[in-house]
Design a protein around this ligand. Structure first.
Ligand SMILES: [Zn+2]
Ligand SMILES: [Zn+2]
Length: 442
């Protein structure tokens, strides 16, 4: 793959939008470049080997998931009778049942989005200009911009890794009732989930956008200039004051949004968390007797049957993380309120770290929903033994999405911009060797 010499000479830190000189071209790919103001990882444009790895992981995800569809996923043998579900059969079973919304959740987050993300990654590589001297046709550049936008947007919503962990948790619940068998589909879906992780790591605005197009350095502000240059919210290009549209990603570089919408989503999720906990999460039928359990009752059943570690995992994922996440989001909304003036850089640091934590941990709360989805597809033996989802699972899924969406709307960089100016506005990034790097990838 030919090396692309495209790169910005100055860029905005993706975390605090501080202007920094771009890492020198040809610098070590594994060197971590850190923002001198917030200490966040700056990220470099993907080099040739990283672009090759992106293509390999995307291809693996696509092929493995496509091959898995017709293969058996799991089987459960009870009293000599075996119920086998295939990967595609799980979706059909759920969509044709009483809770098609859960079927849609499975199809969307576990199947469609990972497939779409890997297909878009391959399309992105195919659309990239071969060299910076080649002027690409306008349709190609427009398609490249569109694909880059969607790659970055879809990345947090792929949940096939969480699904595989959830399947293992679900199996602990049924292993005492019958014999569980793993099909070829399970192996392929698990391998695809492992391939999606390095794929997601490479899909970051700071790594993709510099290769899409180079943005000219805006003139430095001085007497008579319209004001200071600022960062594009989507691609982090450094733009002249007064820009109405980013020349690279074509988005409107508006002022930082107030966190009103994030707070509204958070309050809605807090309201929905009440029925999510009170209503039935799943209903289990054994030898004609039906028993409804909500989240806490499910944890108690697991604890009572000797599966304490799994009970603890479900308790943390379904109770501790959602509550901690909602409290953290509330604190973030208060800290990022427009009128609030931050006291110091340390406060901004704490806000920043907490926001990264909320973004990272938020999706893992979907685990309990995936456990219900797996059990209801696998345990389906009519009056003898069956599991069906309850309304609580739908409300709980809504809580997870709303809190994830709320976190995505918050813009912690706005807090840094309200701080008194401290470092040199064109400071060079600091370098940290890979072994001691502590910051999360951008
Ligand atoms: Zn920064
Ligand atoms: Zn932009």
């Amino acid at each position: 793959m030919a090396a692309l010499p495209l790169a910005d000479t100055a860029l905005a830190c993706p975390h605090c939008h501080h202007r920094v000189a771009a890492p020198p071209q040809g610098s070590q790919a594994r060197t971590r470049w850190l923002c001198p103001r917030c200490g966040g990882a700056l990220g470099q444009a993907l080099d040739a080997s990283q672009r090759l790895a992106l293509g390999v992981w995307a291809g693996c995800t696509l092929v493995l998931l496509a091959l898995a569809q017709g293969l058996p996923f799991l089987s459960l043998t009870v009293l000599g009778e075996t119920n086998t579900v295939s990967v595609a059969g799980m979706a059909v079973h759920l969509l044709e049942g009483d809770y098609p919304v859960l079927g849609l959740i499975y199809v969307l987050f576990v199947e469609a989005l990972p497939l779409l993300l890997s297909a878009l990654a391959l399309a992105w590589l195919a659309l990239l200009p071969r060299t910076n001297t080649t002027s690409a046709p306008s349709w190609r550049q427009t398609a490249l911009v569109l694909v880059t936008h969607w790659l970055v947007r879809l990345r947090p919503w792929c949940m096939n890794d969480i699904f595989i962990v959830s399947v293992l948790v679900a199996l602990v619940k049924v292993v005492s009732y019958g014999q569980v068998g793993f099909g070829g589909g399970f192996v392929l879906v698990a391998l695809a989930a492992m391939a999606t992780l390095p794929l997601q790591l490479r899909i970051a605005p700071a790594r993709l956008w510099p290769l899409v197009a180079q943005v000219p350095e805006p003139p430095s502000s001085g007497p008579g200039s319209p004001g200071p240059a600022f960062a594009c919210r989507d691609c982090h290009a450094w733009l002249p004051a007064g820009s109405r549209r980013c020349p690279r990603c074509h988005s409107r570089p508006q002022r930082p949004r107030a966190p009103h919408a994030a707070l509204a989503l958070l309050l809605t999720s807090a309201l929905l968390y009440v029925p999510a906990n009170a209503l039935t999460m799943m209903s289990a039928t054994l030898a004609g007797n039906s028993k409804d359990t909500n989240i806490m009752e499910g944890v108690a059943v697991l604890w009572g049957t000797g599966s304490a570690p799994i009970a603890l995992i479900v308790f943390v994922a379904s109770i501790v993380i959602p509550i901690a996440k909602m409290l953290a989001l509330l604190w973030l909304c208060v800290q990022l309120w427009p009128e609030r003036v931050p006291r110091d850089a340390q406060r901004a640091h704490r806000v920043h770290q907490l926001h990264r934590w909320v973004e990272w941990i938020g999706r893992w709360s979907m685990m309990d929903v995936f456990v219900v989805i797996t059990l209801s597809a696998l345990v389906d033996r009519g009056a003898l033994m069956a599991v069906s989802p309850g309304w609580g699972s739908l409300w709980f899924a809504a809580v997870v999405w709303l809190t994830m969406w709320s976190a995505l709307l918050l813009q912690p960089h706005s807090l840094w911009q309200r701080l008194p100016k401290t470092p040199d506005p064109a400071a060079a990034p600091s370098v940290r060797p890979p072994s001691s790097a502590a910051s999360a990838p951008s």
